[in-house]
Design a protein around this ligand. Structure first.
Ligand SMILES: Cc1cc2nc3c(=O)[nH]c(=O)nc-3n(C[C@H](O)[C@H](O)[C@H](O)COP(=O)(O)O)c2cc1C
Length: 367
């Protein structure tokens, strides 16, 4: 009788279960590590000067358990960006459109300073983030949206494992040519910035070209049977993001958790309204307003966040039940209420076990 599913990547990374958890929450990340998964802390939304302190706190709590950190590094951003100057130069029609929406929905100004109210994604910001990530004790570095060969080489030179989130065969090949250690095949179903191919179609295609490079499946995964299905397709584990928002450790605003609980897969949509790039989010009146016939098209990244970042910050800060939204995948179907990471990990592991037994039950010896 097996006591769990392990893939080679588990031994390579020193983890008990082939479960990879992406989260922006330090508490979630620590809890995933303690439960035997491999957590990856998203740093793309942190104030740059706070990252060293965040990483010190993670290290203190991790007590040597392996974990990764993640950056989002799109190309085609300005060299440097002062939020005030960028905002002042935004198209007048867009400024007027958003002012109209703010008035229509009575959006209160945000009070706390945050990434979304004070930062513009730029090469200067990325350089600062990259230096902090390289100096960290994280055992892995993941990147999404953009592929940067120099970062991959430098991370590997420091003994860090590199992960790349990719959504197509072409990007997988590019990542492998740069020496990426682990491919995260992230399908259309995923929460956050996503490509056009569904996870179930993407994973086998990436496995087919990956050779010895391990592949993880991401997008739409909400239970253990799906992780085992991904392993059956040749992946070495599942990479989950949305699910953890149901955990108390995520400190999800109550209105957002209520929305996630009430939402099904069809309530997530791909929109450019959040960042300027296609991003799957759970719908709200704010997101719907950008899909109205009279709406203006979103501005390209990073301008859309300069335009609307303070609204995103405000609706989270004020727990705005009408407008609150967040990146969320079709996996939202698996969020049924508040829980803990430990319970989620137990359920995922048990789900893999049950699915395995189901499969064995169907296997036939020659009769
Ligand atoms: C709230 C949220 C924020 C995310 N932010 C990032 C990010 O900053 N960087 C990144 O590489 N992936 C990000 N992702 C995508 C995850 O890494 C992961 O690929 C995705 O959540 C998998 O699909 P699922 O949401 O259906 O589990 C985010 C996902 C969510 C739900």
């Amino acid at each position: 009788m097996s006591v769990g599913w392990r893939t080679p990547v588990c031994d390579w990374l020193g983890i008990a279960h082939p479960i990879f958890g992406f989260s922006h929450s330090v508490d979630v990340v620590v809890a995933i590590a303690r439960a035997g998964g491999y957590p990856v802390l998203g740093l793309a939304r942190e104030m740059p000067h706070e990252i060293p302190q965040i990483l010190r706190a993670v290290d203190a709590r991790m007590q040597g358990l392996p974990y990764g950190v993640d950056l989002m590094l799109p190309s085609q951003v300005p060299q440097a960006g002062d939020i005030g100057e960028v905002r002042a130069a935004l198209p007048a029609a867009h400024q007027a459109f958003v002012a109209g929406l703010r008035e229509r929905f009575a959006v209160a100004p945000p009070v706390k300073p945050s990434f979304f109210t004070s930062q513009v994604r730029s090469e200067a910001l990325f350089d600062a983030q990259i230096e902090q990530v390289l100096a960290s004790k994280a055992t892995g570095v993941a990147t999404a949206i953009g592929l940067r060969g120099d970062l991959i080489a430098r991370a590997k030179a420091r003994g860090k494992l590199t992960f790349s989130l990719i959504g197509s065969v072409r990007h997988a090949q590019k990542a492998m040519a740069m020496g990426v250690d682990v491919l995260v095949a992230q399908g259309y179903d995923a929460g956050g910035h996503t490509g056009m191919v569904g996870t179930y179609s993407l994973v086998p295609q990436i496995v087919a070209v990956a050779g010895d490079t391990p592949v993880l499946a991401a997008g739409g995964i909400g239970n253990g049977a799906q992780i085992l299905a991904a392993i059956a397709m040749g992946a070495q584990g599942g990479w989950l993001g949305t699910l953890w928002m149901a955990a108390v450790e995520n400190h999800t605003p109550p209105a957002l958790l209520a929305r996630l609980v009430a939402s099904g897969s069809e309530d997530t949509v791909i929109t450019r309204a959040h960042s300027g790039k296609p991003c799957r989010v759970v719908r709200s009146e704010w997101i719907d307003a950008w899909a109205e016939p009279s709406a203006l098209p979103a501005l390209p990244m990073p301008l859309q966040q300069a335009l609307t970042g303070d609204v995103f910050a405000s609706i989270h800060e004020h727990n705005d039940a009408r407008l609150i939204y967040e990146a969320a995948g079709q996996s939202v179907f698996a969020i049924r209420g508040s829980t803990t990471v430990a319970e989620q990990m137990r359920d995922l592991v048990a789900g893999m076990q049950e699915a395995g037994q189901r499969l064995h039950g169907f296997a036939r010896s020659k009769d």
